[in-house]
Design a protein around this ligand. Sequence first.
Ligand code: TNX
Length: 659
Amino acid sequence: MRLPLLALAALAPFGALFAADLPALIPLPAKAEAIEGRFKLTADTAIVAPGELANEAGYLAQRLRTAAGIPAPVNATGAGIVLALDKSIPAEGYALEVTPAGVSIRGGSPAGVFYGVQTFLQALPAAVYGSDLAPKADWSAQAMKVQDAPLTPWRGLMLDSARHFQPKPFILKFIDAMAAQKLNKLHWHLVDSEGWRLEIKKYPKLTEVTKDAPAYYPEEIPTNPTFRAKYRYGYNHGGGHYTQDDIREIVAYAKARHVDIIPEIEFPGHAKIALTAYPEFSTTRKVPEVRTNISPDLIGVHPEALRFIRDLLDETMDLFPGDHIHFGGDEAPKGQWKQSKEVQAKIDELGLRSSSHPEDALQAWLFNEMAAYVAKRGKRAVGWEEIMHGDNLGRLAKGSVIMPWLSVKNGAVSANSGYGVVHTAVSPFYLDSYQVRDDREPSALYGGPFTAESIHRFNLFPGELTPEGRKNILGAQCQLWTELMPRTDDVEYQAFPRACALAELTWTAPDRRKDTGEFMARLAKHGDRLTALGLNHRRVAPPPGAGWSPVLLAAGRPMEIPVPAAVAAKLAKNPTLTATFNYKEGGAGLDIASVELLADGKVVATDKHAGFAGTHPRDNVYRLALPKGQKPEKLVLRATVKGSGGGDSTGEVALDASK
Ligand code: TNX
């Protein structure tokens, strides 16, 4: 009998879910099963691909040559690792078959084939992602069959290169790391009050002014974390920008890895540095003086200022071939616009006076002007949710995409009104937050913690959505604001592994990722790949022995937890097994009715008392004595829960042997 994968998941304690057979795949594919045998890479292994897949074949060949040290020739015909297009498969989907005799990767498009290649790489040793030869690794892959396609089209990360600049090699590495998780949208925050990081030929002063900024300001005390947090706001920390040649190189590199780059050219706010370089385009025509994270200085709406924005967009569109361009639009305090006669006259001229928020309506008008401008070149405009505030929602250009960062509800409302929506809510998607509660973590702007688990569990389709609105949910994205990330190491650490949780959230259908505990067990193994990718990342500990999770509880049967060999060995000396039920998060907590110890399938000890594992645990330790003289081969702990047991809680069962 073949059980659906989820039913199997419910029967097995997590960790054991696929461990025996499938490699730890992240994001979890729609369907995956291990089959008998392994495929071995040898000096004769060839990659067979048609000309249209030269890029994907080249990418795979380069990985195998670099890490496994095999020649991996790319041929038009023959046997080996065969890549092919198959129009019966969804565009970003693929079918992967690994058998001892060969590998077949068919995709609905080159992107689909690329994702099939990524899954195949996850069947090989983690070193396949590295830049060094790993001759000692076992260069073989578990045989398996996978059928897969993503849940959503927007699987993104936003990187702020304005507050702190990251050099080009880092950006390339970051793109590689994204591709390995099947992430496909890099929203690149290239300009802000603190720095303009994109070369614009027509306005060279933008990057020149950025270059002049000192790395530290006298009033900052960089070594003191409290002061650091306080003073880094609103300050440019040193120069650095990408030349147009850099951008072309980065865009090509990303394209080869099926990552679209969405550049953000922000207006009318967060524009201090632009207006320092060119005060003639500001509302006040004065050089900005105030240095704060949210700058009061706004770009104006006089013809020269509009021309400035269009010029910026022209050069940006020449560089970035993707179909989206981001206009920012967040945190633009309207004080200067309220005070400006010129701006007020514009509001009247446009007939916006009757709006409940005339200046917000003017911002929507400005957004729409530029949306229409970029639409001529086939691009959709994206903005932070402020562009739909006030009474703007009906006013915004159709086809625009909104990023709700302040409230998930505004996202639902926007989607129901026909706008594309990418979830970007501060909680849990802002990565300038703590990822776990631990004093040793780097300082972060937002508290949190916003954990990988909370990202994994986020509901992409909130109840407020209409069926039409649901179709407008494009996906989700994590944000890396870098005010407090002066080094690229910091960026990597905050991004990984949380970005892997985002990848699974946006790739894998909700009914396939109900068990976040099981995901975390895979994530612990995935850590070796992140290391091979050269990332400074937070290591996730493997689950200690066993745990509980909603999927296990939903099965409505007792939980069976194998006693690890190391603990069983200790029982020879100290015959009492203690099982402590430690609640982690979610739900109400676990209500335990009784716990039994099974030796080779027979109950040999029982501890029947009511226990509770939650934030305030009660009697959550169970003691079971192994009868003298017994030397069973297999010891299993069986816990019976009361009623539904523990809602959607998760936790761990710590096992130890003591007197
Ligand atoms: C708000 S989120 C901002 C950014 C800051 C971030 C953290 C958003 C659209 N705007 O400009 O970097 O908070 O301070």
